[in-house]
Each structure stands twice: as structure tokens, then as C-alpha cells.
Ligand binder design. Sequence first.
Ligand code: HEC
Length: 88
Amino acid sequence: MTLLLSGLLTAPVALAAGDPVRGEKLHQDCLGCHGTELYAPSRAKVKTLAALKKEIERWNDRMNPKFSKQEIEDILAWLNRDFYKFPP
Ligand code: HEC
């Protein structure tokens, strides 16, 4: 019992940094409604990294199956690397 508990407590909970290469592939599932033209600086409404993450989470609610937290990090990393370019 003690062993089992301590195993649970030390389980890794931190998310790995987003992987933009994975994110680009995952994002293909988002293309049903819009392409990447929304993310162009001239059109993008999202102005901060935090807002971008919220936006991905908001649209993820419509996805079935939904992306995991790690997959959202990956999509965030890709969108930010190739389009939004917000400072960390
Ligand atoms: C059900 C249709 C639909 C799906 C599925 C969808 N989106 Fe969208 N998305 C929209 C609409 C509509 C807007 C708002 C367009 C506008 O503001 O002109 C939007 C806006 C956005 C924006 C904000 C762009 C900006 O800066 O103005 C982001 C980021 C975004 N979507 C990401 C995603 C991601 C990531 C996924 C996949 C998890 C996804 N979307 C799936 C319909 C969708």
C-alpha cells in the first residue's frame, strides 16, 4: 500500500514542452471548419499566447475525440512557431 501510494505521488504530472512537428499533424483534424488563413497576422484576433491557448481549448470542446492536454500544447507550439510568434 505504501509503495503504491508513493508511486502515485511521484508520477510525472508536468507536461512536456509542446512539439510543433506533432502539432502540425494534429492540427489537420482542425481543418474541417477553417484553414490556416485565420492565423495570418492581418486577420488574427488572438493577441497573446494565453489567449491562443484558450482559443485552442475552446475549439477542442467541439472535437470528437478531443485532444489531450499534451496535444493541445503541441498544437499551441506549432501555431505559435509558424503563425503567431508570441514571446514565451
Ligand atoms: C466547428 C468549426 C471549427 C472547428 C472544428 C475548429 N474551429 Fe477554429 N475557429 C472556428 C471559427 C468559426 C473561428 C472564428 C473565425 C473568426 O473569428 O473569423 C475560429 C477561430 C480559431 C482561432 C482564432 C484565430 C484568430 O487569431 O483570430 C484559432 C486559433 C482556432 N480557431 C484554432 C482551432 C484549432 C486549433 C482547432 C482544432 C482543435 C479548431 N480551431 C477547430 C471554427 C472552428
